[in-house]
Design a protein around this ligand. Sequence first.
Ligand SMILES: [Zn+2]
Length: 182
Amino acid sequence: MYMELIQEALVAAGYDPGPIDGIDGPLTRAAIAAFQADRGLEVDGMVGPLTHAALFRGDGPAQEVTDAAGEQLTAHFKRDEFACCCEGRYCTGFPAEMNGELLARLEAVRVALGAAVIVTSGVRCPIRNREVGGIANSRHLVGYAVDCYAPDFSVFELAAAAENQGLGVIIYEDEGFCHLEI
Ligand SMILES: [Zn+2]
């Protein structure tokens, strides 16, 4: 699923990863490496956070990849939307980066709904996680979970769209949001 999204993004960017089969084979790795070389990224044939960001930022001219807070991670989500909600009290915002596969699936949910998805909690530092009552080994600590809601949809509709994308879902009906994770 995730590798298929990568392959489709490579095709959209003008590279040939071979068949769209979700398999991380030699053709796909070669296409990733060619993409990385053209964008001035480290060439390793693997999709890390910077390559992911470059791939899903669309097909505009190559841009400098920076750590800027407003960096566009997918078509609809910016990096700063996922910053730790302690707002700088206990960490600098990103004790971990958001996982690329989670981002790709969240983007797919956003596209499927065709309407805004608002992130209420992305990554969390351990102190903030404890403060909000998160479990000790919360997926939020490592960027593998996101809490969000879609203003135009119920939490159940959002949950169904997320499950369709293979995400783990916990519905917080009273609070009006869903916890999504991989
Ligand atoms: Zn924090």
